[in-house]
Design a binder for this molecule. Structure first.
Ligand code: NAD
Length: 349
């Protein structure tokens, strides 16, 4: 039977281990998978674009397991009562093709994106970080804030959003973290002051410029999360040329990331190589490092692998007959025969 994790089951699982532990354990799974990068069969995601947004399919496999995620990105959705990003995914056994897990991935994507950001920041930011600026206070923002506070030691968070109600919501939720000081800023420039890390996590299906060169100081690490689709950017082209750029899967990021603004020959570095200890991250304390995150299938693979192990350990989640269990695998027809579904076969004569 296939394990099924819906939204309630996932929140139940997170409450069993606590969000910081959940994030830390997912980080461990992700780092271990990124170190094995070369063993994965990788491809850029396929995208169906419309004037309102995008729907994407993200597959990946190694020799043991296969996963895919279905995810959308529709920046105007909140006005109509839907989230900008919604997702679900599956995890399967490569040897048999049997689907082991079908899971909600909207909440899980927000967590995995924040954990991916921390994984990159641990590899690229200066050794000691205290202040993070975060532009964008939408659905992803709490997860970014909590991951950087609990896993990376960020104790001061400067926030800005063009929607003051989104900032109210973020501030309210973060009150539960008494050691995190939240500073509400009047604009993006003000937000970036004194930041060791700048996270951009806005949504606008537009060539937006949220962050420019005059807003950053030497040594800063930029965690660019929201520029993740053709025609959807956050970081100015000039600022991109001033930093050392790191990406997930280069063929995908060239099309979707902020680097879509740069010529295709502009050098970028693979984040997995830093995590695997094959190349250096930052070269010196003055360098600007940029993680041009778009979200890659391996991060969802790690998430599904972790969820499967965790739900199995806690015996949480429903077992559903997503594919038939047959005593004779060649007798698929027997399923409907037994149910009486063909009791009026005589009409075909
Ligand atoms: P959301 O719609 O819930 O929130 C986005 C916020 O950005 C809104 O509150 C909006 O007011 C704010 N905003 C828009 N333009 C702004 C500007 N110029 N200055 C300041 N704030 C501005 O979206 P979300 O779910 O939080 O997602 C945020 C972004 O992250 C989206 O673009 C999404 O596609 C992207 N994302 C990336 C990854 C990844 O792996 N890189 C994963 C998930 C989501």
């Amino acid at each position: 039977m296939t394990l099924f994790i819906d939204v309630n089951t996932l929140t139940n699982l997170i409450s069993k281990v606590g969000l910081p532990n959940f994030m830390q354990q997912l980080l461990d799974y992700m780092q271990s998978d990124f170190k094995k990068w070369e063993q994965f069969d990788k491809s850029a995601r396929t995208a169906a674009h419309s004037s309102e947004g995008v729907i994407e399919l993200m597959p990946i496999a190694d020799q043991q397991q296969y996963s895919f995620k279905y995810v959308n990105g529709h920046p105007n959705n909140p006005k109509n009562g839907y989230s900008t990003v919604m997702a679900f995914g599956a995890f399967a056994d490569v040897a048999s093709g049997y689907p082991l897990l079908l899971s909600e991935l909207t909440l899980a994507t927000a967590i995995r994106t924040a954990v991916t950001s921390v994984m990159a920041a641990k590899a690229l930011a200066k050794p000691k970080v205290d202040v993070m600026a975060m532009i964008g206070s939408g659905a992803q923002s709490e997860f970014q804030a909590i991951a950087f506070h609990c896993l990376m030691g960020v104790n001061t968070l400067r926030i800005f959003d063009i929607d003051s109600k989104a900032m109210d919501k973020l501030e309210l939720h973060l009150k539960q973290y008494p050691k995190l000081t939240v500073i509400r800023c009047k604009n993006a420039e003000h937000c970036c002051q004194d930041a060791d890390i700048i996270t951009t996590v806005t949504a606008d299906k537009n060539f937006a410029t949220i962050l420019t060169a005059d807003m950053v100081s030497p040594g800063v690490h930029i965690n660019g999360v929201g520029g993740d689709c053709p025609g959807k950017t956050e970081i100015s082209a000039e600022l991109l040329t001033l930093g050392k750029i790191f990406v997930e899967h280069e063929p995908q990021t060239r099309v979707e990331g902020d680097i879509q603004q740069l010529p295709p020959e502009h050098p970028v570095n693979a984040i997995w190589q830093v995590i695997a200890g094959k190349i250096k991250g930052r070269d010196n304390l003055q360098q600007i490092t940029i993680f041009d995150s778009v979200g890659f299938a391996l991060e969802d693979f790690s998430t599904l692998r972790y969820l499967y192990d965790l739900a199995t350990q806690f015996e949480i989640g429903e077992r559903v007959e997503l594919v038939p269990s047959l005593s004779n695998p060649k007798d698929l027809f027997g399923l409907i025969n037994a149910s009486g579904a063909i009791n009026n076969a005589s009409v075909c004569a």
